[in-house]
Design a protein around this ligand. Structure first.
Ligand SMILES: Nc1ncnc2c1ncn2[C@@H]1O[C@H](COP(=O)(O)OP(=O)(O)OP(=O)(O)O)[C@@H](O)[C@H]1O
Length: 300
């Protein structure tokens, strides 16, 4: 299957209003509201993610060098920078995949620096992952049933064990309802029984986002979610992201496509050589001489 196949996944993208900051409120925007049965994202600190003096070296290379920034709740914030600027390393430090040499990561007022990835995800700070090889041999539905953080995936397997059935079956039914809500929200209910390994690149990206959402996140970190996705599906993914943002989810997005960043993010943080060069609105960033120089000096 190729990316061009994704156009037959559900309805056509909303005409006219898609892709821009106005997309969620546009006349043709989908009206489905995602109900995960959890009351939606947490409404806590104004800046759920705060990064302070983050630093990481690899041998002689300083990948992240005293980086500090914060991300506003309910925003779609872009994290950009030339190749090698430290974007992926920053994501890995925030999500616990790497331990920082210095600095702190605070999420919803709690210091989560150096915590294990699953502990950070359990707090509601979640990144999307490529569908692992084992999961490619499972259906879309199975992938989603296994996604949640709260041991419900484990409970699913235990439900076949005598003695556990009562609560577990009830939990499983609840989970199934949430999974169908997510499938319908993304218009991928008709491929629920398809093996993940058979999906096109674009469909996989939807599944990755759907899996992340089933862990009840408050904030999602997206690392190039549009890579290899055709323009039609890119518009749909963006619409979903804008809708979720309207519902109060917070997004931090690493993306190389500058037009996409500038048209969709309300804040942009620029990394250069591991440091925060500047941050601001798309207009401010586009007019910033230092940013232009950093990009001209890089291989972008
Ligand atoms: N595991 C590692 N071992 C050694 N060096 C690394 C490692 N990870 C990253 N680096 C180096 O750290 C610097 C920052 O890399 P990083 O991948 O975070 O940048 P990036 O902004 O995500 O780049 P790109 O846009 O090209 O993906 C680069 O010089 C990179 O070569």
């Amino acid at each position: 299957m190729s990316d061009s196949d994704v156009t037959d996944v559900g309805s056509d993208p909303a005409g006219g209003s898609e892709g821009g900051r106005d997309a969620p409120g546009g006349p043709d925007a989908p009206s489905t509201r995602l109900d995960l049965g959890s009351g939606g994202p947490n409404v806590g600190e104004e800046y759920p993610l705060q990064v302070e003096g983050l630093r990481k070296t690899f041998g002689g290379i300083t990948a992240v060098d005293d980086a500090s920034f914060r991300v506003e709740r309910g925003s779609l914030t872009g994290l950009i920078g030339p190749n090698g600027a430290g974007k992926s390393t920053t994501f890995n430090l925030i999500t616990g995949m790497l331990r920082p040499d210095a600095g702190t990561v605070t999420f919803d007022g709690e210091d989560v620096t150096g915590q294990k990835p699953h502990a950070i995800a359990n707090r509601g700070l979640v990144r999307t992952f490529q569908i692992a090889r084992e999961l490619q041999e499972m259906t879309v539905l199975e992938n989603l049933m296994l996604a949640p953080k709260d041991q419900r995936g484990e409970a699913l397997w235990r439900s076949v064990t005598p003695g556990f059935r009562g609560d577990v079956v009830e939990q499983e039914e609840e989970l199934l309802e949430r999974v169908w809500n997510v499938l319908e929200f993304f218009d991928i209910d008709h491929i629920a029984e398809e093996y993940a390994g058979n999906l096109s690149g674009g469909q996989r990206k939807l599944l990755e986002l759907a899996r992340a959402l089933l862990t009840d996140p408050d904030m999602l970190l997206l690392d190039e979610p549009f890579a290899g996705v055709n323009p039609s599906l890119e518009r749909r993914l963006l619409e979903h992201i804008h809708e979720l943002r309207e519902q109060g989810y917070t997004f931090l997005l690493v993306e190389h496509d500058m037009d996409l960043i500038m048209q969709n993010c309300e804040r942009v943080i620029v990394l250069h050589q591991g440091r925060v060069l500047t941050e601001g609105s798309p207009d401010e960033i586009q007019a910033n001489e230092e940013v232009i120089e950093a990009y001209l000096g890089g291989n972008v």
